[in-house]
Design a protein around this ligand. Structure first.
Ligand code: NAP
Length: 254
């Protein structure tokens, strides 16, 4: 039955930045669909871990700061998941940060940090997880892109550069790995109410301008992304490679 192909029973997923915001919803969604979940991040994801356990799934917390962890440390993190939970089927590269300032004054340290977390870590985790998944000829990678994978954005040059690159990387890896049973896709969230967008929502003019441009007429919530990640992580998406699934209330269609 088709709904069975969306289930993730017996699968193990690794989610970065699962302690809050979108990552918390994505990790919860995967657990609700049946997966055990490893959470990789720099802050202990106590609430998310409790949610996953309450669903009767196993959870593994893997500490790591994606701004400083290099390829070897990230490979070790992936290895810790395989050792701790027995396998790795799904990687969700969710963790990300944004730094806002005019391009002409964008500090080099902001540029470097955003690129490290939003792009370098994504690639190195894809590489490490890819090695495991290619070896078992099965895996699903879901990268979190953005509307700024398509558009220039306002005063966020490092973020826009990184998120454009995430889509290119997603397609490049999908090309290489599709025939090996490893699906690499992305989700492009629209404007979602999380800490990352608080500064926009706290500015009444900006908040209204964004909301009025969204065909759905409201900001998204992290929960709006739960169905998309389960789909892309599941067998239902077995022939989906290199796609970017916009979950944006229609923003890109406008
Ligand atoms: P958020 O609430 O600010 O959460 C960001 C997450 O990334 C947190 O879990 C954070 O961990 C983690 N993170 C940041 N820097 C890290 C580092 N150096 N090492 C490890 N983890 C780190 O943002 P969000 O809105 O949920 O964003 C999640 C993803 O969606 C990001 O990739 C973001 O770019 C993307 N996105 C968001 C929107 C939106 O409208 N909100 C739209 C498009 C795309 P800590 O708790 O330790 O800081």
């Amino acid at each position: 039955m088709v709904l069975d192909s969306f289930r993730l029973d017996g699968r193990v997923a690794l989610v970065t930045g699962g302690g809050r915001g979108i990552g918390q919803a994505l990790a919860t969604a995967l657990a609700e669909a049946g997966a055990d979940v490893a959470l990789l991040g720099r802050t202990r994801p106590t609430a998310t871990a409790a949610r996953i356990e309450a669903l009767g799934r196993r959870v593994l917390v893997v500490p790591g700061d994606l701004a400083t962890a290099g390829p070897d440390a990230l490979a070790d993190a992936v290895e810790a998941v395989v050792t701790g939970l027995g396998r790795l089927d799904v990687l969700v590269n969710n963790a990300g940060l944004i730094r806002r300032s005019a391009a002409v004054a964008h500090p080099p340290e902001d540029w470097a940090q955003v690129l490290r977390v939003d792009l370098d870590a994504v690639f190195h985790l894809c590489q490490a997880a890819g090695r495991v998944m290619l070896g078992q000829r099965h895996g699903r990678i879901v990268n979190v892109a953005s509307m700024l994978s398509y558009q220039g954005g306002v005063r966020v040059p490092s973020y826009t550069a990184a998120k454009h690159a995430v889509v290119g990387l997603t397609r490049a890896l999908a090309n290489e790995w599709a025939a090996e049973g490893v699906n690499v896709n992305a989700i492009a969230p629209g404007y979602i109410a999380t800490d990352q967008t608080m500064v926009l929502r706290d500015d009444p003019d900006r908040e209204r301008a964004i909301r009025e441009r969204i065909p759905a007429g409201r900001w998204g919530t992290p929960e709006d992304l739960m169905g998309a990640v389960v789909f892309l992580a599941s067998d239902a998406a077995r022939y989906v490679h290199g796609s970017v699934l916009a979950v944006d209330g229609g923003w890109l269609a406008r």
